[in-house]
Design a protein around this ligand. Structure first.
Ligand SMILES: N#Cc1c(N)n[nH]c1N1CCCC1
Length: 326
């Protein structure tokens, strides 16, 4: 089998949401696809009505194929301070025409305010490794982990775009979605992430600095977070830029012309256009950068600002990750 699903950007490409059908009869919910976490959870009828407002949700009792996963609970906290928790049902989940008949569906009984106010999604699908799934006392498998048996190849690809719909494909690599050749890096999944070593960086037309940068590829994070020294070197080339405590990161005059950012993957030079690095308006005539320091995060993240400039192959079989110009 193989499948494909449309990925729709929220405002400012903050996240990319995809339609996922759960249960029988199916309820279709826009879920945030997140390669930085490993829980599939949904807004549910078990939430207080106040926390469901503005959202569609899953009602297990209305699904003839739903079965309580007795004794199992889940409780997830994300790096941005948001979180959710609840209980678990086994039910049918279809994405892009591929159906997993016994998927652990984590039903929310409580969600943090960030999720209540983010009405562009009604939950998440985690595409990282099972080791960081939060279900307890037993881990549950990700949807992709369960779907792999049906796929010709244990891969999914991300073809995210700036300001317009892209897509995720499952089980195949569509050569019409990229140019040139795909360059792969080995994945170290010990921390549960799509983690690998980038080979260096360059700012605009400047010299490429060869250095190993430990990064994760995370579709659930909006921006790019790199070591402070690299970020400082980038904004040194942006006149009027400053690292603003009040804004929470680097800002610059919206009229600035931003240099591109090149990230090395082996010998491949992945280029993020300067226009992608003017993320969104801040206050007044200042704008907020799509590249920020990883200080306080503990790791570097290639989030959507980077990923939407590339075609990305996530191969869970090896595991390895591949990049080509999108
Ligand atoms: N913070 C954070 C984060 C991350 N690193 N990957 N996915 C995240 N979220 C998914 C929904 C909210 C935050």
């Amino acid at each position: 089998a193989q499948g494909s699903v449309t990925a729709s950007p929220s405002q400012y490409d903050g996240e990319y949401d995809c339609p996922v059908t759960v249960g029988t009869p199916g309820v279709t919910l826009p879920l945030d696809f997140d390669t930085g976490s490993s829980d599939l959870w949904v807004f549910s009828s078990e939430l207080p009505a106040s926390e469901r407002s503005g959202h569609a949700y899953y009602t297990s009792s209305s699904s003839s194929t739903s079965k309580l996963d007795s004794g199992e609970t889940w409780d997830i906290s994300y790096g941005d301070g948001s979180g959710a928790e609840g209980n678990i049902y086994i039910d049918k989940v279809t994405i892009g025409g591929i159906t997993v008949t016994s998927q652990a569906v984590e039903a929310a009984e409580s969600v943090s305010s960030e999720f209540v106010s983010d009405t562009s999604n009604d939950g998440l699908v985690g595409f990282a490794f099972d080791s960081i799934n939060t279900a307890s006392p037993n881990h549950v498998q990700t949807w992709f982990g369960n779907a792999e048996a049906q796929l010709a190849s244990p891969v999914f690809t991300a073809n995210l775009k700036k300001g317009k719909a892209g897509n995720y494909n499952f089980g195949y690599i569509d050569s019409s979605e990229y140019t040139g050749s795909i360059t792969y890096a080995t994945i170290n999944s010990a921390n549960g992430f799509w983690e690998f070593s980038a080979s260096g960086y360059a700012v605009g037309s400047g010299a490429f600095s060869s250095q190993s940068i430990d990064v994760i590829a995370d579709t659930g994070t909006t921006l790019i977070y790199l070591p402070a020294a690299i970020v400082k070197a980038y904004y040194a080339k942006v006149s009027g830029s400053s690292n603003s405590a009040s804004a929470g990161g680097y800002i610059f005059p919206c009229s600035a012309t931003l240099p591109s950012l090149t990230i090395g993957i082996g010998s491949y030079k992945a280029v993020v256009p300067g226009t992608f690095l003017n993320y969104a308006p801040n206050t007044g005539s200042t704008c907020f950068g799509g590249l920020q320091s990883n200080a306080g995060i503990g790791l570097s993240i290639l989030g959507d600002v980077f990923l939407k400039s590339q075609f990305v192959v996530f191969n869970q079989g090896v595991p390895k990750i591949g990049f080509a110009p999108g």
